[in-house]
Design a protein. Structure first.
Length: 146
């Protein structure tokens, strides 16, 4: 009489539930980037709204491309996404200026107030149409280092 061993093999089959049809595979807008990341993290729009410090309606409008976030919300948006949506050449002064403004969530007007210049002047610097005075440049370089 031989000893028979019963071998039992257990395996677990993991099936991932597909993302909803509204999941943006190749996001282009801010809203699509937010929706994609939110869905990947399995968050509700109300959860994202709390994270970003805005209303649920804001998130809904952004995700549906009915409106765009104001610049003061971009620091929180970039922190949530883990990357910046603003692509600039930071080797040039104009790019450093624009990147700084977006990272800090500053409008042309607000940065202009900080520097004692008009909002259109800041816009002109960003476009490379003009260059800051020596004094303004020194102030900006100090801001960039912070």
């Amino acid at each position: 009489m031989g000893i028979h061993a019963l071998i039992t093999v257990h395996f677990k089959r993991v099936i991932k539930k597909p993302m909803p049809i509204s999941y943006p595979k190749n996001p282009k807008t801010v809203g699509e980037h937010l929706r994609k990341k939110r869905m990947e993290l399995k968050l509700l729009q109300s959860d994202l709204a709390k994270i970003l410090g805005v209303s649920t309606d804001c998130v809904t409008y952004w995700e549906n491309n009915k409106s765009k976030p104001q610049i003061q919300h971009y620091p929180a948006i970039q922190l949530f996404l883990g990357y910046s949506l603003v692509k600039v050449n930071e080797k040039k002064f104009e790019g450093r200026l624009k990147a700084y403004r977006w990272r800090k969530g500053l409008s042309h007007k607000r940065l202009g107030e900080m520097l004692g210049v008009d909002a259109s002047t800041v816009g002109s610097w960003e476009k490379g149409e003009s260059f800051p005075s020596a004094g303004n440049l020194k102030e900006l370089e100090l801001l960039f280092k912070k």
